[in-house]
Write a protein that binds this ligand. Structure first.
Ligand code: SF4
Ligand code: SF4
Length: 89
């Protein structure tokens, strides 16, 4: 049976993310990971959020220095097929 999502989910703007890991440090369920770094230091890396594990606590959105995480109502987000698939819907 698919997991019931929390009221809101953390939506990451990957183009804005610098990979600073501030969000990784605060997530209480460890569902944010930094993707493997690029070959060159001057190219930014970014992080990724495992949405089915997100509990909607908002901490990541509060600490991101670049405001690249937005809390979005789950029902709105899960209307998009790519997110719904992650939840097995
Ligand atoms: S909202 Fe909370 S649980 Fe979800 S990714 Fe952010 S810190 Fe983790
Ligand atoms: S805190 Fe923001 S900029 Fe830093 S890794 Fe997380 S999403 Fe990216």
């Amino acid at each position: 049976m698919p997991k019931k999502p929390p009221k809101s989910l953390a939506l990451l703007d990957e183009d804005m993310c610098t990979g600073c890991e501030a969000c990784v440090a605060v997530c209480p369920v460890d569902c944010i990971d930094t993707l493997p770094g690029p070959e060159h230091n001057y190219v930014m890396q970014n992080c990724t959020i495992d949405l089915p594990r997100c509990i909607g606590c908002t901490l990541c959105a509060q600490v991101c220095p670049w405001d690249c995480i937005t809390m979005v109502p789950s029902d709105q987000m899960l209307r998009e097929q790519k997110y719904a698939q992650e939840f097995g819907l």
